[in-house]
Design a protein around this ligand. Structure first.
Ligand code: ADP
Ligand code: ADP
Length: 226
């Protein structure tokens, strides 16, 4: 049984023009699914609807047995990492990672154990007291990842999380992400316009164009398509 179900989901900002239309797909527990397609294809809009920052104009989005359409973001049990979502600049690394736990009213003692575990996962424990401005781009993105994973979410959403990094660092982080996914067994949904990145990272790829899914398949099956 799928973890998430999109059922004939559409999004229009003016009631006429659809930026997403008839989108229908499932996300399975533990998979690494990429949403691939050119700029403007509707990938981010789908991710935002999944996160709860946008609501669908049509259709239904289910997380397990919960209809998500009207659930506020902080009640969705979903972690997020975005290219342009900076760390809170006035908080240390540890405070940044603790933030989702504070929002969720997790008790202080449990909070520090979870923060330590998350920082350990991304190998940032030694820099727990640093301010974000004193970190490299790759380190900042690892902290953002720790913040997304710290509450053990049912789903982790990433929107071009490596887009701001240079090529070498990006390739390095791709390996780290894939390892982390394998180790944690979490469900990752990853937005990218980079085909080779999608093929490298994912179990399955949903190809978006013009607000619709053109094709969704396992990576090995996509390679066989002419
Ligand atoms: P992608 O992530 O594939 O680049 P997006 O989902 O960001 O695509 O955007 C899909 C389309 O929706 C684009 O044409 C974009 O201009 C439009 N769009 C996104 N947000 C809004 C908004 N708030 N109001 C109007 N149009 C929007
Ligand atoms: P609040 O109830 O304080 O308004 P939100 O619903 O905005 O909280 O956010 C809930 C959780 O999602 C928080 O843990 C926050 O860190 C995280 N979050 C919110 N927006 C983003 C984002 N754009 N990127 C990553 N994480 C986010």
């Amino acid at each position: 049984k799928p973890l998430v179900r999109f059922r004939q989901v559409g999004k229009s900002y003016d009631g006429v023009t659809h930026v997403v239309q008839g989108v229908d797909f499932d996300i399975y527990k533990g998979e690494f699914l990429s949403l691939l397609g050119p700029s403007g294809a509707g990938k981010t809009t789908c991710l935002m609807m999944l996160a709860g920052f946008e609501s669908p104009s049509e259709g239904e989005i289910w997380l397990g047995d919960t209809l998500l359409n009207t659930t506020p973001p902080h009640k969705r049990d979903i972690g997020m990492v975005f290219q342009n979502y900076a760390l809170f600049p006035h908080m240390t690394v540890a405070e940044n990672v603790a933030y989702p736990l504070t929002v969720r009213r997790v008790a202080r003692a449990e909070r520090s154990a979870l923060v330590n575990r998350a920082l350990d996962m991304v190998r940032m424990s030694a820099l727990a007291g640093r301010m974000p401005k004193n970190l490299s781009g790759g380190q900042q993105q690892r902290v953002a990842l720790a913040r997304a994973l710290v509450f053990n979410p049912r789903l982790v959403l990433m929107d071009e999380p490596l887009g701001a990094l240079d090529k070498r660092l990006r390739e390095h982080m791709q390996i780290e992400l894939k390892d982390l996914h394998r180790k944690l067994g979490l469900t990752f949904v990853y937005v990218t316009h980079d085909q080779s990145e999608a093929l490298t990272l994912s179990d399955r790829v949903a190809v978006f164009d013009g607000g619709r899914i053109q094709q969704i398949d396992r990576v090995d099956a996509l390679y066989e398509t002419p």
